[in-house]
Design a protein around this ligand. Structure first.
Ligand SMILES: Cc1ncc(COP(=O)(O)O)c(C=O)c1O
Length: 364
């Protein structure tokens, strides 16, 4: 008989895993209208659905292409880069995981302007790395990059542009200056929402400057503007030698055969993409006017969502909207708790949101 009780498997976890809080994704409640996780409002392209229907059983029997060659070629053609400058991921979250695993040892530093996408923090904890949060600077209805961001002795500097949850955009010129100022770091620009800024006529993407900055990595996702969040497709763009190194880090078959095929179809259907993104930007403009008429304030939005100030009533309004069947995003964190993030939905969903908010704000 052993004289001491066996350790629980939980005691064998790495201390960092035991200590860290879990990342909390947005709620997925099927019966509610989801305006809480910034998915695209439209269905995927008909070409995507036709591709899905035509997936051959033989292609499911076999492993997928480990390096997603056709998808990377389609992305290269669509975005004007070389296929060797593209890595495909199981969502851009997978691209982020690959970057963190590739660059961050325990004790290393990763810096980001704050507030931003919570996963940047979770992934740092998983690596035993330190996330240095440098507050954005308020500038009217915009947020500016803090100049100290480049001076944090960080191996990775990461920012979402447009930023989540604020929907604000940092000008490309400032990001190019950051790449220059932080030449000893890798600068990751997560452009999950950039399509909604580009459709608003703004020069918002760093992709045209990939060759100019060897320390630049750009991320895109097909979860938002291509309405493929369920398929999990992300793209990472970087100098070819860096992509080659990152391929060593990813899971062998990180993008499944169905998603690879759907991604190609989505990227090739340019006309459908343009229509969806234009409609979302028009709906965003309509929401901006309606919310302002209700006396609400929010930073200038450039993504497919708005970050609206509700003061002490934010949580209460979040709960009331939920009772009305509308799910939006509220966070308990002190710096976010007076705000709600509202995803731009279909016209009828946005109408419902506006009238539900009107009801709440007028105390009906
Ligand atoms: C800034 C940002 N980056 C990345 C992601 C993750 O996207 P994906 O679905 O491609 O993993 C999100 C999702 O909300 C996001 O807001």
């Amino acid at each position: 008989m052993p004289d001491k009780p066996a350790l629980s498997p939980l005691d064998l976890l790495r201390p960092t895993i035991r200590a860290m809080p879990a990342y909390t994704p947005g709620e997925q409640i099927a019966d509610l209208t989801k305006l809480n996780t910034n998915e695209g409002a439209h269905p995927p392209s008909p070409r995507v659905m036709a591709t899905l229907a035509a997936i051959a059983d033989e292609s499911l029997r076999l492993y997928p292409d480990p390096v997603s060659r056709k998808l990377r070629s389609a992305a290269a053609a669509r975005f004007g880069v070389a296929a060797q400058q593209v890595l495909a991921g199981n969502g851009s979250d997978d691209c982020l995981t690959i970057l963190y695993r590739a660059f961050l040892d325990p004790g290393d530093r990763v810096a980001c302007p704050w507030p931003t996408y919570g996963l940047y923090d979770t992934l740092a904890s998983l690596q035993g790395a330190t996330l240095v949060r440098v507050p954005f600077l308020a500038d009217g209805r915009r947020l500016r990059l803090p100049p100290e961001l480049a001076r944090q002795r960080a191996k990775l500097i990461i920012l979402a542009n447009p930023n989540n949850p604020t929907s604000t955009l940092v000008p490309v010129a400032e990001l190019r200056a950051l790449c220059e100022d932080a030449r000893d770091a890798v600068v990751v620009v997560d452009e999950a929402y950039v399509d909604f800024a580009l459709a608003g006529g703004v020069e918002a993407s760093m992709l045209p400057f990939l060759d100019a900055h060897p320390n630049l990595v750009v991320l895109r996702t097909l979860s938002k503007s291509y309405s493929l969040a369920g398929a999990r497709l992300g793209l990472l763009f970087a100098a070819a030698p860096l992509v080659e190194a990152l391929i060593k880090v990813k899971d062998s078959y990180n993008v499944n055969v169905i998603s690879q095929a759907l991604g190609v179809a989505a990227l090739e259907d340019r006309a459908y993409y343009d229509r969806c993104v234009r409609q979302t930007v028009a709906e965003r403009a309509r929401l901006e006017v309606a919310l302002a008429q209700l006396g609400l304030t929010f930073p200038e939005p450039t993504g497919n969502f708005l970050f609206v100030e509700f003061g002490d009533r934010a949580q209460q309004i979040y709960e009331a909207l939920k009772r009305d069947g509308l799910l939006v995003r509220w966070w308990a964190a002190p710096e976010l708790r007076t705000k709600l993030r509202l995803t731009v939905g279909k016209p009828a969903e946005n109408d419902r949101l506006i009238s539900a908010l009107r009801k709440q704000l007028s105390g009906l």
